[in-house]
Ligand binder design. Structure first.
Ligand code: ATP
Ligand code: MG
Length: 425
């Protein structure tokens, strides 16, 4: 036998046994987004490399070490998108969606990051992202958070996630704070781990979420970000908190939450869980009022979030024991003997026309009734419809309830639709 070829490390197949749960999650997501009146946008998976360097920032983890970048045949540098915001802003500018307008957009699809694969962390993963343009007010920040909270309730995971919230202020405020933090940490340089030392010159705010215990202890005495916030950001944050209080959405203010990407300002937030080990962030987002201009558009405010579908699916599996996923098949048609193939085929097509919400499987692969019934049982179908030579002759169908083995009925072909409709009522 020829040598088999395997999938790329960290890139998973989603198998037919897994897709029903994925579809269940995706449908919940779609219906919540639609209830808020958001519109779907679809962008390419590949973009020009400088887009990400410019949007996300040169000295972020994503751009420094996580991108799948390659030259195409014309030696243009392309990158598999590591996130959706940059591409969404690019598309918005390119198609004139952002200037003097409000947009509430969402997308769903694969993202790519060259990371060490482990539970909840993959090289191809899937995000649902939401991006709102043209609304600077804190109401929309609150709406985004309310939307996610509603989704967690619909997914049955609300009791297992908590909201971390922070304001990182204007770019100016952050610059001042950054200097104060660097000055402070310079005096404690000997206790910084290698990663933090490197970040001191490249991206000092990321030191705040260092995993190193000693670094965290020193940070307890460091200058506090909120003492450096500008008035506008302070007011925006206060209003957001008041709106969340009004909605009864609990949050924890975490002054060390800064998020990994450079483009954020004012609001940042993360929904985290302790049920998935180290990969605890299921959703992260924030405001990015400077990004559109930075990518060449007219100054337009923006705010958004992205959630990881793999982590959501894992969490639903872990904590939601209430879901019953539908089996893939409702009705299985078996047939054997002279003239039964055509009769069975016609019946199957009739069911699909008149009862399209039911899933009908036609056996197709021959064999005796015993073999066919085995398949029918395995399929999870509730009903088997049986057609033998007698049934063809008499214009009838035998209906067998596969879940309650006792029941069997002979039904006239003309009544079959009614009969099935009543069974599935
Ligand atoms: P982390 O700190 O876990 O690396 P991040 O801050 O890099 O996350 P974002 O860029 O904010 O993540 O992406 C939003 C969400 O996408 C994350 O909260 C997570 O649920 C999901 N996500 C990010 N990277 C991966 C990955 N490699 N595999 C699976 N899901 C991911
Ligand atoms: Mg990451």
């Amino acid at each position: 036998m020829a040598k088999t070829i395997q999938a790329i490390r960290g890139m998973n197949d989603c198998l037919p046994t897994e897709t029903p749960l994925w579809q269940w999650v995706e449908n919940k997501v779609r219906s919540v987004l639609s209830a808020y009146g958001y519109a779907e946008i679809r962008m390419p998976i590949v973009e020009s490399t400088p887009l990400f360097a410019r949007a996300i920032g040169e000295v972020t983890d994503v751009v420094e070490k996580e991108m799948f970048t390659f030259d195409d045949r014309d030696e243009e540098s392309l990158t598999l998108r590591p996130e959706g915001t940059a591409g969404c802003v690019r598309a918005g500018i390119e198609h004139g969606l952002l200037y003097n307008q409000e947009q509430r957009l969402w997308y769903m699809g694969p993202m790519f990051r060259y990371e060490r694969p482990q539970k909840g962390r993959y090289r191809q993963f899937h995000q649902v992202g939401v991006e709102i343009f043209g609304i600077p007010n804190p109401e929309i920040d609150a709406e985004l958070i309310a939307l996610t909270a509603r989704l967690w309730k619909d997914l049955g995971i609300f009791d297992h996630v908590t909201l971390q919230l922070n304001s990182i202020g204007s770019l100016e405020a952050r610059k001042n704070y950054r200097q104060a933090l660097v000055d402070f940490l310079q005096n404690h340089i000997d206790i910084l781990d290698e990663d933090s030392k490197r970040r001191l010159t490249t991206n000092p705010l990321r030191i705040l979420d260092s995993k190193d215990q000693r670094v965290q202890e020193v940070l307890n005495d460091a200058p506090k970000l909120h003492d450096y916030l500008d008035d506008d950001s302070r007011e925006h944050f206060a209003q957001l908190c008041a709106l969340l209080d009004n909605l009864g959405i609990q949050y924890e203010i975490n002054q060390k939450l800064v998020r990994g990407l450079d483009y954020y300002n004012k609001t940042v937030f993360e929904w985290v869980t302790s049920a998935l080990g180290a990969q605890g962030t299921v959703c992260g987002g924030g405001r990015y009022d400077g990004l559109v201009e930075q990518l060449g558009g007219h100054a337009t405010s923006g705010v958004g979030f992205a959630m990881g579908l793999e982590r959501l699916v894992l969490l639903v599996q872990e904590v939601n024991t209430q879901i019953t996923l539908p089996s893939a098949v409702d009705i299985y048609i078996v047939y054997q003997g002279e003239g039964t193939t055509v009769a069975a085929f016609n019946l199957a097509e009739k069911l699909r026309s008149e009862l399209p919400h039911l899933r009908t499987l036609l056996h197709c692969s021959g064999g005796n009734f015993k073999k066919q019934f085995k398949r029918a049982d395995k399929s999870g179908a509730k009903l088997a419809l049986v057609i033998g030579e007698d049934e063809v002759k008499n214009q009838q169908v035998v209906v067998k309830n596969l879940l309650q083995h006792s029941e069997q009925a002979v039904v006239a072909l003309g009544d079959i639709i009614n009969h099935i409709q009543n069974t599935f009522k």
